[in-house]
Design a protein around this ligand. Structure first.
Ligand code: M6R
Length: 611
């Protein structure tokens, strides 16, 4: 949460910062600000979005070839002009932008107040700026050393860019817990929370590691950790192009990403399925395959949509690989005293690879001896670096805050893993393995067919756009899809929605049903079909409105439901991949019709790097 971008070089910094902030705005959009250094320092910041900042700086001095920018997701202090970043230390010696949370800020603030410091904002970041300044002035050390010494006193997470007007032409970057990428150009450097602000300038990047501090100027880059050990920067080449981050013909990123799913799933299995469809290869887990085959239990940790993918994974691993699975909210798991040992396989799922709770869950089990895998969409992310092995989802960058294509690619990876392990553990006969692979590779075409139904789904959206509540029901492997459908609706349209296992309806939620309640039911042809038909009858008997996702050619549900959306027939194992698509489209159109900001829903941020 929060996006940071900075530049030092010969170009004018302002356009780089503004364009970068626009690309990072998905990380938070409560306020925006920039600092530009051109002999003197100009800071402009305001509550609101990057476009408000652009408006603010009209007719102002925006010169300077060193600068930093920030887009905020508020943690400490309400969204306001005075809480917007950059923050300046009391005597103006340091300017700081920050992504993360300084957990011991209250203690540090008290200490600094006792030393005569006063504060202009409610933020933890201003406390940090003053802490650095206090070290700098009292210990009479360089700006860089003051930063490192101050950071040894900080508890919490940070991605930071710091400048000192007394050492112009230099930026200091530091990271712990919150991501920071350095783009390396020719006598110029770019800093950002992810690579999107820098891709038109360079594909050479350095991912900062925890507790590393980089000092950057036109002359070069020095890397140390906060304890003064010199580090060697590892330069990597990134594979990301402008087209990946462009909305193209679509009105919103979310719609673009929904429509990309035939391709993104194809990318997920590209190069991982043998031409003759007889085998799955997952290169990223080859080295630990023997441990996976012998695993006594799988524990999956994740948050939000990724947690829903994990629940689908539970069905798949138990059904096809016959390994018991537990799925945990990473945020709960990390504060328990979980029993995990060397025979366990822990899988962490995260689109961003930067979710604070998921990373904390991984760190918690590091010493347990368990094999830890990551399933992640962002190459070079913290998760990919903190796990023993893993599989990238290769869905392509996902910018809409509501996760869509990342979800289906996560499920595709879990499906491949479950089939592969089933085969290796000899619990999935070769013929079935092959048949399932064959079914899997049909999925992209089937999704393309569903996407053609968008107009029909849009009409359904127009019927229900004004409801205040909605219920989503599914059974078995489609129960997590019901949860995901409800999450999509609530997060982008602000309609209260709940997902339930259909059989649980009688244990409470049935009391909600009346003629005003739409109930979205996942009633495809699978082992639960007859039972879903009974559940639909129960809803109809209480005058609820039923929107049913059914398999092509269904006759029974069609007669009972108020609206139906057909999806192609498929093997039960793959039905989550198909049935979630109409739910994404339905939520999208309802949200658009309600005038909601689909790509940047209120209070949310794409990457939850604080707990
Ligand atoms: O990056 P992650 O997959 O770890 O993110 C986890 C959740 O924050 C995320 O899935 C969130 O629930 C989605 N944006 C919802 O659409």
């Amino acid at each position: 949460m929060c996006g940071i971008v900075a530049y030092v070089g010969d170009r004018t910094a302002y356009p780089i910062l503004i364009k970068g902030l626009q690309r990072l705005e998905y990380r938070g959009y409560d306020s925006a600000g920039i600092a530009l250094m051109n002999g003197k320092t100009n800071i402009y910041k305001c509550k609101g979005k990057v476009k408000d900042l652009e408006h603010l700086v009209k007719d102002q001095d925006i010169s300077g070839s060193v600068g930093m920018g920030h887009t905020r997701w508020a943690t400490h202090g309400e969204p306001s002009d005075r809480n917007a970043h950059p923050h300046q230390s009391m005597n103006g010696k340091f300017i700081v932008i920050h992504n993360g949370i300084i957990e011991n800020y209250a203690h540090l603030k008290k200490e600094l107040t006792n030393r005569g410091y006063s504060f202009n904002s409610d933020t933890d970041t201003e406390v940090l700026a003053n802490l650095i300044e206090n070290v700098y002035l009292e210990q009479k050390v360089s700006a860089e050393l003051a930063v490192r010494l101050a950071l040894t006193r900080v508890v919490g997470a940070y991605g930071l860019v710091i400048s000192s007007p007394e050492e112009p032409g230099m930026l200091i970057a530091a990271r712990k817990g919150s991501p920071l990428v350095i783009g390396v150009g020719d006598k110029e450097y770019f800093l950002a929370s992810d690579a999107t602000p820098i891709i038109e300038y360079t594909d050479q990047v350095i991912y900062l590691n925890d507790e590393e501090v980089a000092v950057i100027s036109r002359q070069g880059l020095d890397l140390k950790n906060i304890y003064n050990d010199t580090k060697t920067p590892e330069i990597k080449t990134i594979n990301l192009s402008i087209e990946n981050i462009d909305k193209g013909e679509y009105e919103h990123y979310m719609l673009k990403e929904i429509h990309e799913q035939s391709n993104s799933i194809t990318e997920t299995f590209r190069g991982r399925i043998a031409m003759d469809e007889s085998k799955i290869f997952l290169g990223g887990i080859l080295d630990v395959m023997h441990k996976l085959i012998d695993a006594k239990r799988i524990v999956i940790v994740a948050c939000g949509t990724s947690w829903h993918a994990a629940l689908v994974g539970e069905y798949l691993f138990e059904e096809y690989a016959r390994i018991p699975v537990e799925v945990e909210y990473a945020s709960e798991f990390r504060y328990r005293n979980p029993i995990v040992d060397k025979d366990d396989l822990v899988i962490a799922i995260s689109q961003s690879g930067e979710t604070a709770d998921t990373l904390a869950a991984v760190r918690l089990v590091k010493d347990s001896g368990a094999t830890i895998l990551g399933i992640c969409n962002v190459a070079g992310s913290s998760l990919s670096r903190e796990t023993h092995a893993g599989v990238y989802t290769h869905a392509g960058i996902e910018i809409g805050v509501a996760s869509t294509k990342a979800f289906t690619s996560q499920i595709t990876v879990l499906t491949m893993m479950a089939f592969l392990l089933g085969n290796k553990r000899q619990v999935l006969p070769a013929a079935d393995y092959k048949a399932l692979i064959h079914e899997l590779i049909q999925v992209p075409d089937k999704i393309a067919e569903i996407l053609k139904e968008e107009k029909n789904i849009e009409k359904i959206a127009s019927i229900y756009k004004d409801v205040t509540n909605a219920l989503y029901l599914g059974r078995g492997i489609l129960f997590p899809v019901a949860l995901e459908g409800a999450l999509k609706l609530k997060e982008i349209s602000y309609i209260h929605a709940e997902g339930y296992p259909a059989a649980e309806m009688k244990h409470g939620p049935i009391a909600l049903i009346d003629e005003s309640l739409p109930v979205v039911v996942l009633a495809v042809q699978d082992r639960s079909y007859e039972k879903m038909v009974s559940n639909i009858q129960e809803v109809k008997a209480r005058k609820g409105k039923v929107i049913a996702i059914v398999s092509k050619g269904d006759k029974v549900v069609k007669k009972m439901a108020d609206q139906v959306i057909e999806i192609p027939n498929c093997h039960e194992a793959l039905s989550p991949l198909l049935s979630v698509i109409p739910l994404q489209i339905l939520s999208y159109h309802i949200a658009v019709m309600r005038g909601c900001n689909v790509d940047q829903p209120r209070n949310l941020a794409k990457s939850v790097t604080v707990e």
